[in-house]
Ligand binder design. Sequence first.
Ligand code: ADP
Ligand code: MG
Length: 535
Amino acid sequence: MARREHERILQDTEREQGHTALRNNVRAALALADAVRSTIGPLGLDKMLISDEGDVQVTNDGVTVLEAAKVEHPTARMLISTSSVQDDEARDGTSSAIVLTAELLLNALDWIDRGIHPSVMVAGYRIAMDHSLIAIEDISRPMEEADNIRIVSTSLAGKVGEDVRRILSNLAVETASIAADRGSSKHVDPDLIKRIIIRGGRIADCERVDGIVLRKTRLDSQTPSRLDGGKVLLLDGGLDPKELSVNASIRITEPGMMARFLQRQKQEMKERVDAIAEAGIDLLIVRDGIHEDAIPILRDAGIVTYRRVERTDLELIARACGARIVRDVQGIRSESIGEFNSVNEERWESIDHVRIHGSVGSGQTVVLRGSTDAVIDEVSRAFDDAIGVACGLQEEPKMLPGGGAIQIALARRLRSHATSIPGREQLAVEAYAAALESIPRALAENSGLDGLDQIIAITAAQTSSSNDWLGIDVTDRSIHPMNERGVLEPVRIARQAITGATESAISVLRIGDILWAKQDAQMPDWQSDINQDED
Ligand code: ADP
Ligand code: MG
């Protein structure tokens, strides 16, 4: 075979591999997106997930559906990670991000099939993303006080019942705003809010309390159950002889040696407790165990002790008390010691709890209640979402209209911007606008309406009144300004969905692009092989 002929065949093969790879990747994305599309919006369908063990879970949450799906395909896995990033960054909008990614890919493939090179689609998508991000700022509005609760409540729509939604939205907004008021910056980390789950009681009794609450009883009931202020030491370890002798192995060679060894261990332990007492500690909280021999020594030193406290709880207490967690009690430095305003043991539902008020941040605990495990699961998952959204709003108190309004508004702007783009990227910008419309389409279809008709109706309504805030309220299936309906979304969620979905789609398109690298960017011509791999 002539060398040139050989090269041509090789190139053709690569080209075909690239195209097939992209098709397969898009197919994987679409299959996944179909599973979450029907959950979008308050009237979205619930999915019943059945694990290998036969456990059944019913959920309306896209990210839960995705995490449960045992997907092997690398592209599909990447989409799942996009939705996880969305969940981490914005705590909402995960289903929308997935659906948007899949639509971006599908629309790109349409144009690629018609001869547009993937790199052109990538460039056009970047233009569209940048344009959308600027438009979002322009369309957004500052929030009024009452909008906080309305926005958090929108994010819980369809996830929990109406009452639970109201209770949790109020609780999350109250907690986040207190945390922001007390903090030094507007950045509130939802993980710094302690949650306690109590089985039993009504959901209406979910509440926020000041202080860090742990489900713990003090080690020694002869020590006081309350202290009004003092010094606290947090130990990442324990007070146990086993832990004191660093990996030492001993060989017993003569009688009395074991007894002497134990005696020495006891002595070492006493020295450690003495070191704590000398530092003037009133409250000792340790992660591991405490040997019973240490109990009377601690008591004599007037130290109240809690053991087996989780590392995450130690960190919360450290923050609230201005302490540093130490690994070793020898040579405790003053900056490691924290201060508390009070420690109090309380009985809740016949279980002992201790409440610690720090001197620096005080800390907050949210008490979640539910009658059964299933209810508790649902309530705590919903609260996680609610507190995430509520904390994000403290940092960036700006909102956008929900109900498909923002996507239609962006699509309108993109379409009119597209006409000014001289190159083929124009097509990609239009494809991007069409992909955004998949969100209002899903909202409409999930509430029994025709998706296309609703897109057209909202677009016409927005254009004729120059009002970007008109969207569809699916509770009565009518078009209204979304601020009047309280269907509102944080800017942060929309921004993250757009950047996350675009980056994710682009990286899939690039997989094909790498294989096409040797081709002329303007003229990829696969017309001949399209029919062959169509199925
Ligand atoms: P995601 O995982 O993307 O957040 P959701 O199932 O939570 O998906 O649905 C969110 C979408 O539902 C948002 O676009 C939001 O604007 C919309 N939505 C919430 N309540 C309403 C409502 N009453 N009418 C119309 N759309 C709503
Ligand atoms: Mg949501």
